[in-house]
Design a protein around this ligand. Structure first.
Ligand code: ZN
Length: 114
């Protein structure tokens, strides 16, 4: 269970990062900008968005996704399991593994089949 959950989170982060890199196109077009009803995807401007949705899309551009993936990987690496006697606990908080932080890292992927 605990190794499965870490592997599950790692796989989802790999997918998020891979998709973000493919949207970036390898030409540093990972920072998107919203202007009213238009999102500037660097390579192309697409109009027709509600301004709030345009801001939401731009706010979750590939550059941000890659920063979030990197931050989540650092959290996951800190909250590694360790054996203490006959228990497996998180080395950061001492809670039974997977701790709440690791479970929270999995939470955004609750709709993904396991
Ligand atoms: Zn922990």
């Amino acid at each position: 269970m605990r190794d499965d959950l870490v592997a599950f989170i790692d796989a989802r982060l790999d997918e998020d990062a891979d998709l973000a890199r493919r949207c970036d196109g390898g030409d540093d077009c990972g920072q998107w900008v919203a202007r009213g009803h238009t999102v500037d995807f660097c390579q192309v401007d697409l109009p027709g968005f509600h301004p709030t949705i345009a801001r939401h899309v731009a706010r979750h551009d590939p550059a941000r996704v890659l920063r979030e993936v990197a931050a989540k990987r650092r959290v996951l690496r800190r909250h590694r399991p360790e054996r203490v006697g006959d228990r497996v606990v998180c080395r950061v908080d001492g809670d039974p593994f997977p701790c709440a932080d690791v479970r929270d890292l999995a939470a955004p992927y609750a709709d993904h089949p396991r």
